[in-house]
Design a protein around this ligand. Structure first.
Ligand code: AMP
Length: 437
């Protein structure tokens, strides 16, 4: 079969079965996505977070302001459009939307600290490659309303707990402090002054960053640029004593929780709204797209979005697609999708009708029942029963209808028993450990 249509480049379908995409990456089946999402939700519940769901469409200005005009996202990666005088963007991340929602709905009035998590699609017009898509999926958290170092440490602990729960242990947590914006501005000036004489030696990307957002030059992966940076002024020298004390406290708390980390004075991350603690979780063997998740403190974002009061906050965002790359690299266990409890094959029109009705009764009793909807041969129906990996198979024909008994075959052992029709529901619900409806 064929169609003249294809999914858009940089997006992908999630199918009932795993498959390999054009770039040679395994795309996990729906059952694995559900398992990962379930694990994420379980960990979130243990850490006392509540779910928030915000729209995929947001005002373009929210992203431009919230993520920052100097960022790659806003400069070249937004899927933004105008319609009847309104500017829309497909959200490229979820922090700015969550803070918008928090402010709009006065969630602070619920009292205390708000601990929120999300899972959902995000959109960035990046060059698609392994682990980098135009529609991808993030999960993450935002802890709003506290500047306590415990919130920073707990944010990191929740992030690492999720990878631990999934059996991904080959990771590296890098942390740094960005200090406060006023000190950072002074540092950025010093950095710019230091880098300007080297401008001609910098890559086009770094030259652009030097203009728009010099901190991002520190992100470079190019060796000759890293060499230039060795002698550059260090952010930590500009950070206030108060910020350093906060950072020390975060490190102390991480040690208390046995969360391993390395300090990386060059870690700055791409988004403008970060202050104080910042961090990134890397996976081993993931090549260029090694960043599994990242985040930090963003005490200024609420005001940037128009709040008359500051809302100190921390959060992290993690990519699902990268998580699956790490799951594959770790060869971590994943459950298969649920198999059918029962497959019922029918021979002949009368049997088909009886099977169709009985299937409904069994399903109402809570059983997962599969049947043929095409009138195929017995052989084809048995092939289907195998594909469905059904635990029990029934074959119903004229003889069974006359005797009002079904032969129930347990597929694993091959054992067969005869069960009167009127005992069938009880028999199968007991065998398959299903609570009747
Ligand atoms: P960021 O919001 O840029 O800090 O991204 C947080 C996480 O989302 C990253 O660590 C990645 O795991 C994931 N991510 C970001 N951009 C993409 C993308 N284009 N495709 C797939 N995953 C992404």
């Amino acid at each position: 079969m064929s169609t003249s249509f294809q999914n858009i480049k940089g997006t992908f379908d999630i199918l009932p079965d795993a498959y390999t995409d054009d770039g040679g990456t395994r795309v996990a089946p729906t059952a694995e996505w559900r398992y990962v999402e379930r694990t994420v939700r379980d960990v979130m519940a243990r850490y006392n977070l509540e779910e928030i769901r915000t729209p995929v469409l947001e005002p373009t200005d929210l992203v431009a302001r919230g993520v920052g005009a100097g960022t790659d996202i806003v400069q070249k990666e937004m899927f933004a459009f105008e319609r009847a005088g309104t500017n829309y963007v497909l959200r490229p991340e979820v922090t700015a939307p969550v803070v918008r929602s928090f402010l709009q709905h006065h969630l602070d009035q619920r009292g205390g600290v708000q601990k929120l998590f999300y899972i959902g699609p995000c959109f960035r017009a990046e060059q698609p490659q392994k682990g980098r898509y135009r529609q991808f999926h993030q999960f993450g958290i935002e802890i709003l309303g506290t500047d306590d170092a415990r919130a920073d440490a707990e944010t990191i602990a929740i992030m690492t707990a999720i990878y631990d729960a999934l059996g991904i242990s080959d990771t590296r947590l890098r942390i740094n402090t960005l200090g406060t914006p006023d000190r950072r501005e002074k540092y950025v000036e010093a950095l710019r002054e230091y880098l300007e004489p080297y401008a001609d030696e910098l890559s086009e990307t770094s030259q652009r960053r030097l203009e728009a957002n010099p901190l991002r030059v520190l992100d470079t992966k190019l060796e000759h640029e890293q060499k230039i940076l060795q002698e550059a002024p260090q952010l930590i020298e500009y950070v206030s004593d108060e910020s350093l004390a906060h950072y020390d406290r975060v490190k102390e708390l991480l040690a208390d929780l046995d969360v391993a980390y390395v300090e990386d004075p060059l870690l700055v991350r791409g988004l403008d709204y970060y202050t104080e603690t910042t961090f990134e979780l890397e996976g081993a063997d993931l090549g260029a797209q090694s960043a599994l998740a990242g985040g930090g403190r963003y005490d200024r974002l609420a005001e940037v979005l128009g709040s008359d009061e500051p809302v100190p906050a921390t959060g992290f965002a993690a990519g699902m697609e990268r998580l699956f790359l790490a799951l594959d690299a770790a060869e971590a266990d994943r459950p298969k999708g649920p198999a059918a409890d029962v497959f019922i094959a029918a021979l002949g029109e009368k049997a088909e009708r009886w099977v169709f009705q009985t299937t409904q009764d069994l399903r109402e009793a809570g059983l997962h029942v599969a049947l043929d909807l095409k009138g195929r041969s017995l052989k084809a129906q048995m092939r289907e029963a195998n594909r469905q990996a059904a635990d029990y198979t029934l074959i119903i024909g004229g003889n069974e209808l006359d005797a009002e008994k079904a032969t129930v075959k347990e597929m694993e052992s091959g054992d067969q028993v005869e069960v009167p029709f009127d005992e069938l529901t009880d028999y199968l619900t007991t065998k398959c450990d299903v609570d009747g409806a």
